[in-house]
Ligand binder design. Structure first.
Ligand code: SF4
Ligand code: SF4
Length: 72
């Protein structure tokens, strides 16, 4: 699914790195490879690939991620 693209600069995805505990789950569940781990914290490396599916938010144990499906 990585090659599916959405509109640029419209995703409602927000990552609060201060809350991230570095579990890496978001990198595993995101079908669009939006995240990579950097210095033991998640980092958004392909923001415009996000399709607001909510999988990362639903799996993040620390509330570091937010998205409003259908907004973008
Ligand atoms: S909402 Fe879905 S596509 Fe967007 S970053 Fe999270 S898991 Fe990936
Ligand atoms: S799922 Fe949440 S806590 Fe885990 S690496 Fe991603 S943002 Fe950080």
């Amino acid at each position: 699914m990585k090659n599916l693209r959405y509109l640029d600069d419209v995703s409602s995805l927000v990552l609060d790195r201060d809350l991230c505990i570095g579990c890496g789950l978001c990198t595993q569940v995101c079908p669009q490879e939006v995240f990579e781990m950097e210095e033991n914290k998640a980092s958004i490396v392909d923001f415009n690939a996000c399709m607001e599916c909510g999988a990362c938010v639903n799996n993040c144990p620390s509330g570091a991620l937010q998205v409003s499906p259908g907004v973008g």
